[in-house]
Design a protein around this ligand. Structure first.
Ligand SMILES: Cc1cc2nc3c(=O)[nH]c(=O)nc-3n(C[C@H](O)[C@H](O)[C@H](O)COP(=O)(O)OP(=O)(O)OC[C@H]3O[C@@H](n4cnc5c(N)ncnc54)[C@H](O)[C@@H]3O)c2cc1C
Length: 512
């Protein structure tokens, strides 16, 4: 049986290994030779690259997959694996009336028309077939699924589903489906090898990839079709900030996703779009001031899960959001407008005692109510502030003291019914009046890249003038969330399009 992971470079089929290694030996003299020409060369064996390989091999195409890590799976090792697909067999068995067009319309509604219509149509039209294929081959989602969504702006229909084991459950199916093609020799995996640049001919068409193995030997891997599925740039904070003009506070990502595909596509004439649609997630309480860093804890902010007892203020001490608004999008978009994408949740001793629990675990790290107590009492835990007066609290947190005093006074007037809340908030159970006072700094966090490579309706990478770069295709997070879901965060719209467009490439677009 071929293995899926190794600490070293792995060529899982002896004949190919021999051919490439012969080239490698000569590479030491600076004369790297070309490999045989594969029908398809795929860069990145993750969420999108694996289905591309499997479905291409099902059609008899020869495939070489170049993977930088010593294992396959990419971000599926970390991802929650939440998928959204309309018109699935699962929905039909549960009597849920849904269709790709309704999915498309939902995302256009949530993104206010900013998603790329061509890519979104491809993704929504092809989501159900790949979801059905996964469930038919062993993926089991939670029995109560699909749902409309809880952690992101809800969909109009229940079409959002995932397995208890998250992305690894998807990876298990992909591994099982890949195995026969590794055994037959149609697919070859080149692990622990990094694609460095694309090879073009005199017409500018892409005809191969230069990959470097972990002995720093380079190989020229030739292909009739080259597919970039190397993920986004979340492990590359400089690229993130350059592309999205926004801070990257967190580093929750697969360490091989540093934007290599984007750099390679641009180097042969491709271009990047969608970064202007940057949309952060709300609610991170960070470990420290290093950037990017880990999340210590998260604030349970969505009013649908827990109505807000606190107020949210900006650095000037002013409220900028109607806290009881039933919209993740409103929380995310308003945070994106704050300098350094940060704000503060402010409350008093009585709210702290009576409100439902506000602060929970970070992404993958546990956090108890006792941890919150300790953090406030300790005084040295970043972003947890406690003081006897509002003025002192403001100074500790770095918020304008005069602004905060005015804001709390105005809020208390509205809470008591003396005035109407200027932002329209209705849920105001208690004033902020009894010390000690508390504040917790909230930062944005992010999981996916918004800028991505521009492609046409056949997923062929295009130049700024719209002309296709022949032989070069892209799919997955490399296309950027700013194209796929526009200026918004839509549930399951990273994992599912990566899978479905990878399948589409392998199933029909790539030609021998
Ligand atoms: C913690 C976390 C949770 C998430 N949860 C969800 C969710 O529930 N739902 C959702 O829709 N989205 C989610 N996402 C986002 C989603 O998982 C990713 O956008 C998606 O998996 C990306 O798929 P991909 O195939 O484009 O890239 P990946 O799966 O990341 O695969 C890219 C592969 O390319 C390889 N690679 C990179 N550079 C090179 C190179 N130069 N040469 C060779 N190989 C290279 C990498 O090692 C990797 O294996 C989450 C992301 C994270 C980090």
């Amino acid at each position: 049986m071929a293995k899926f992971s190794t600490g070293k470079r792995a060529f899982l089929k002896g004949s190919v290994a021999a051919g490439l290694l012969a080239g490698a030996a000569r590479a030491a003299d600076g004369k790297t030779t070309d490999s045989k020409t594969y029908d398809v060369v795929i860069v990145g064996a993750g969420n999108s690259g694996l289905p591309a390989a499997i479905f291409a091999a099902q059609r008899g195409l020869s495939v070489m997959v170049i993977e930088a890590a010593g294992q396959i799976g990419g971000t599926l090792h970390l991802s929650s694996g939440q998928m959204s697909a309309a018109g699935t067999k699962l929905q039909k068995t549960k009597g849920i009336d849904d269709a790709p067009q309704i999915h498309y319309d939902d995302i256009m509604r949530i993104s206010k028309g900013t998603a790329d219509p061509v890519l979104l149509k491809l993704a929504t039209d092809n989501a159900a077939p790949v979801f059905d294929w996964l469930t038919e081959h062993g993926l089991t989602v939670y029995p109560q699924h699909p749902v409309t969504g809880t952690t992101h702006e809800p969909y109009s229909r229940a079409r959002y589903a995932w397995a208890k084991e998250g992305g690894r459950a998807i990876l298990k199916v992909l591994e099982e489906q890949l195995q026969p093609h590794l055994d037959s020799g149609l697919v070859t995996l080149m692990l622990a090898s990094e694609a460095k640049e694309l090879i073009t001919n005199g017409d500018g068409d892409v005809i191969g990839v230069v990959a470097e193995d972990d002995d720093k030997v380079s190989h020229r891997v030739m292909g009739k079709n080259v597919v970039l599925t190397s993920g986004g740039y979340m492990f590359n904070p400089e690229m993130f900030e350059e592309m999205e003009k926004a801070p990257l506070h967190t580093n929750i990502t697969y360490p091989y996703c540093y934007g290599a595909g984007l750099t390679m596509a641009v180097a042969v004439g491709g271009y990047v779009r969608g970064g202007e649609n940057h949309t952060p997630l709300f609610g991170a309480i960070l470990v420290d001031a290093d950037r990017p860093t880990q999340m210590r804890a998260t604030a349970r902010h969505f009013p649908g899960d827990r109505p807000p007892w606190e107020i949210i203020v900006d650095a000037s001490g002013k409220r900028y959001l109607r806290e009881d608004i039933l919209s993740h999008d409103a929380y995310e978009q308003s945070l994106a407008k704050q300098p350094d994408e940060k704000c503060w949740m402010v409350y008093d001793a009585e709210i702290k005692a009576k409100a439902p629990r506000l602060i929970g675990g970070g992404f993958g790290s546990p956090w108890t109510p006792e941890d919150t107590e300790e953090a406030f009492e300790n005084g040295d835990v970043p972003y947890f502030y406690k003081a006897d007066s509002l003025a002192e609290l403001a100074n500790l947190a770095g918020v304008d003291a005069k602004g905060l005093a005015e804001t709390v006074a105005a809020y208390n007037d509205a809470q008591s019914g003396k005035t109407k809340d200027p932002l329209g908030r209705e849920f105001m159970p208690l004033p902020i009046a009894k010390g000690p006072f508390y504040a917790v700094q909230i930062n944005s966090w992010a999981l996916t890249s918004y800028a991505g490579v521009a492609v046409d309706g056949e997923l062929c990478v295009i130049r700024q003038d719209g002309s296709p770069i022949k032989g070069l295709y892209a799919a997955g997070e490399l296309l950027g969330m700013g194209q796929m879901m526009g200026n918004a965060v839509c549930g399951g719209m990273s994992v599912t399009p990566a899978l479905s467009l990878g399948r589409l490439l392998g199933n029909s677009i790539l030609k021998a």
